[in-house]
Design a protein around this ligand. Sequence first.
Ligand code: FES
Length: 529
Amino acid sequence: MKSTKTTDSKKTISKPDKPDVLPRDGGLQSPWLNGSPVPLNSANVTTETYDALIVGAGITGITAALLLQKAGRKCLVVEARTVGFGTTGGTSAHINTFADTTYAEAESAFGEEGAQLFKDAINEGKSIIEENIKTYRIDCDFEPKKGYVFAENDDEVKQLDELYEGTKKVNVNIRYTEDVPTPLTYKKAVVLEGQAQFHPVKYITALAEEFIKAKGVVLENTRIETLEHIEEIHLARVGTLVIRARKVIYATHIPPGLTSLNFRCAPYRSYVLGVKLKGDNYPDALVYDMQEPYHYYRTHNIDGQQLLIAGGNDHKTGHDDPEKAFDDLEKYIRKHYQVSSVKYRWSSQYYIPADGFPYIGQMPDASDGVFCATGFNGNGMMLGSISGKILSDLVLNNSSKYETIFSPSRLKPVAGFSEFVKENADVAYHFVADRLSIKDTGSLKRIAPGSGKVVEVDGKKVAAYRDDEGNFHTLNPVCTHAKCIVNWNPEEKSWDCPCHGARYDINGRVLTGPAIVDLQHIELTSPTE
Ligand code: FES
């Protein structure tokens, strides 16, 4: 344990000291968190009541914290690991004026006004990033780019035309083009002006430093365990540490614990490669195909080296095969580009909302003054930034122009209903079927070093990982969130839950919510049987 002195010297509060070894929420390295985590522990926590406790130091939490602190509020950011450890450290870092939920889809689910507001939110999210970069003179590889989307067959052409019409209708700059910087043959394409790319961790680290300069407090390696509401004050606890706050913002992607949002957000993994090409056929743009699952690519100079950043092959977390997803992505890139070497490969998690819009605002099933932001689909940079603004507006003024449209308690429009039912049927299936199926009744000996598997030992299911030295790390495979059975992710060396996306490292520690509690260790009497 390490002690943390209070500033009023009345009390000493202690918190568990749990240094992390992983720079991000997976075993693979992303170029944004290359090497060790960015050390940012800023100051001591006081026993006074904070105006706002922000849980999570990704783009949403840091944006909200800085806005609130600059507005004169006293804020504390508490991060379970380190700044940018989660999806901000694993994003492909696109800044767009369009989104995975197209404006045509937005209009069909939420009407013309809803589509317009969604466009405003996306644009405002983008402007927040650009303004912050200007105001704080942040060196984060920001570069304006054009964005191209191309269709390769008649079905895709139809979807592209819908995308074009819906986008035009909300006054986003889009036009047809025959000049896409891609080696692929396409039938029809559009270009959108005013897109951009950046280095997300350089960006949020600079924002966090501004927050600290403004006397905000950042506390890393601290996972909030419980939250209660007593006499208008929220009390957050971790070990013996008690934090008092008037408002709480969960900027943890999906909020922790079992909430109705678990049934309205489906967790997905997305795969990214950083590829060195032979020659210089790097696109000076953001390029997207329309395949299912789709692919995208762009160029980024990382440590003086030009790389093609290519992503896609997304699938639901804990489902499908991550190795195959990477293989398919690499095959796709090698088919169309002359690859010299693959420098980076990493994956990251995002949440698809049931009705296409994010959930930002007062958290359902929580006390008044507890806020959350989730369901960003693949558009976390803009939606995370606008979430920071919406949540800070809700804390400061009790209102935001987006509070109704993005309310986490909104009634779901009919358009999202089938997706909602499908996702929940899927969760129910895993809850039952994974329990009945026996993945392997054979001995642990068949698990190769560096890999893991759920096996049955002495009639008990065990999540077993064998490290490179041959030692077993054995865990109870029952997810601590809502008791589904976790699956081994051989690429990120993690245990991933197929139900709501919780993820754990090889020692059972939570990597990704909504789980709060680590997987339980199991001692085997004869671990090599
Ligand atoms: Fe909900 Fe595992 S994440 S049961």
